[in-house]
Design a protein around this ligand. Structure first.
Ligand code: ATP
Length: 134
């Protein structure tokens, strides 16, 4: 089971981000972290910010996946990604600055701060730092 492959396609607004035969794909959804193997039952899921881990027979690839949808069909998984980046595309300084901004908004307890928005920004920044692995 673990060695059986299925087709994975990750489509970004401006490019085919990834296309290949994989044994597993791991990502975060609004329902929590999931790991999809071949022959998963068909369903759709909403992406939440997290590290996307693609396991090919030859090894793993990681990316930062911020938002989108996933469609699981009998023989193929498609991720329609709104925002997705490979590690070498991530500007780590920008992610660190975004983290600092969000953190100070959350720690400041000031009126007018949209907590949910700051928490979402914090999560995106943490995801990018984790995916960049630097
Ligand atoms: P920032 O506050 O730094 O703009 P953000 O989390 O608000 O970050 P998003 O709205 O998730 O940014 O993304 C907007 C666009 O900027 C997307 O195309 C995304 O790929 C790109 N982007 C955001 N942060 C980075 C980063 N650290 N490195 C590379 N690209 C990034």
């Amino acid at each position: 089971m673990a060695d059986k492959t299925f087709k994975l396609e990750v489509v970004a607004p401006d490019r085919t981000f990834y296309e290949g035969d994989v044994t597993m794909v791991e990502l975060t959804t609004t329902e929590g972290d999931v790991g999809i193997y071949a022959e998963h039952i068909p369903m759709t899921m909403i992406v939440a910010p997290g590290v996307l881990t693609i396991t090919e027979p030859s090894g793993k690839k990681k990316a930062s996946l911020i938002s989108g949808f996933m469609e699981i069909k009998q023989d193929k998984v498609t991720i329609l990604a709104e925002t997705v980046e490979w590690p070498d595309e991530i500007d780590l300084d920008r992610a660190k600055e975004a983290y600092k901004r969000a953190k100070s908004r959350l720690d400041g307890h000031k009126d007018g701060v949209n907590i949910a928005r700051a928490e979402a920004a914090l999560k995106r920044a943490l995801t990018r730092q984790e995916a960049a692995g630097r």
